[in-house]
Write a protein that binds this ligand. Structure first.
Ligand code: C2E
Ligand code: MG
Ligand code: MG
Ligand code: MG
Length: 284
């Protein structure tokens, strides 16, 4: 296409391409040092138990403030971390950090339930992952039931026996298992049924126009019903308005997460947020 448009455009196009490639390379080399340089941080977003009207969990979300490239979104650097295998080390750092934070919250008397941590497929399938989880829980002194691992459907589509093995090892340890962004992937329902999953997280793309889009509303209602019949909990992500929350509540969705309740907050702020919530709950 660029060639047809003439020489100059072609040059422009290849210059742009190598710029992107260069950026990727830069990103990779900086990411390699991000853990040591202390550039990574976790933010925490609360999850609401809709029925009880109180916060029951936090999701840990990674943030990277690179001294050279500035603030980068996980949707940009997590794929690079996955392609390069760096996600294994970064993921271990995330797990340890999140468990430490959960332990600190618990020690300070905040009656928070779970800490949810995102786990990428590569990390999940990396040899010894369940052992690592067990070791980090022992190291940080966090009860296993207070840790939830969020897996995407891209984990479930791998070799069924292998996946089941890891899932069972994790359940043996006592952690909770959730499927993130549910409804956007390619996992089959029969697999879902045979795996020991505790919770489905309805992808925010189904939630954001739940009131206008009949199809999305129908999908959300179907996921809630399915979760219930399979004895799973269900949480809606990306809840941004009161009416979305009201809809979910009316359809008996157990939990909600989204900007309406709180955006992800840094460690010090989440402490303050939860302390305030438990002393003087906001009427959600
Ligand atoms: P996710 O696990 O589905 O996380 C939810 C994302 O939605 C977060 O984006 C969060 O900030 C955003 N969000 C929360 N509430 C709302 C809302 O009401 N409206 C909208 N529009 N967005 C909302 P974030 O933090 O940029 O993370 C993006 C993705 O990056 C995550 O999606 C997850 O897949 C990945 N990720 C983040 N942290 C980690 C990590 O520690 N490890 C791994 N492997 N992946 C991570
Ligand atoms: Mg998640
Ligand atoms: Mg999600
Ligand atoms: Mg998502």
């Amino acid at each position: 296409y660029a060639k047809r448009r003439g020489g100059n455009n072609y040059q422009y196009f290849t210059a742009r391409m190598s710029e992107t490639a260069l950026h990727r390379l830069k990103l990779e080399s900086h990411l390699r040092k991000a853990v040591e340089l202390n550039e990574l941080e976790l933010h925490y977003q609360p999850q609401l138990d809709i029925g009880q009207g109180r916060f029951c969990a936090l999701e840990a979300l990674i943030r990277w403030n690179c001294r050279e490239l500035g603030r980068l979104s996980p949707t940009d650097f997590i794929p690079v971390a996955e392609e390069t295998g760096l996600i294994v080390g970064i993921g271990e750092w995330v797990l340890r950090q999140a468990c430490l934070q959960a332990r600190k919250l618990r020690d300070s008397g905040i009656p928070l339930g779970r800490m949810a941590v995102n786990v990428s497929a590569i990390q999940f399938l990396h040899k010894g992952f369940p052992l690592l989880v067990k070791r980090i829980l022992a190291e940080t002194g966090l009860e296993p039931a207070l840790l939830e691992l969020e897996l995407t459907e891209s984990v479930l589509v791998n070799d069924e026996a292998v996946v089941l093995n890891v899932l069972q090892a994790l359940k043996q340890i006592g952690v909770e298992l959730a499927i993130d962004d549910f409804g956007t992937g390619y996992s089959s329902l029969s697999r879902l049924k045979s795996f020991p999953i505790d919770r489905l997280k309805i992808d925010r793309s189904f939630v954001h126009n739940i009131e206008q889009d009949q199809d999305n509303a129908a999908i959300v209602i179907a996921i809630i019903a399915m979760a219930e019949s399979m004895n799973m909990k269900v949480i809606a992500e990306g809840v941004e308005t009161d009416s979305q929350l009201a809809f979910l509540s009316q359809k008996h969705c157990s939990e909600a997460q989204g900007f309406l309740l709180s955006k992800p907050l840094p460690s010090a702020e989440i402490f303050k947020f939860l302390q305030k919530e438990f002393n003087d709950p906001a009427p959600f």
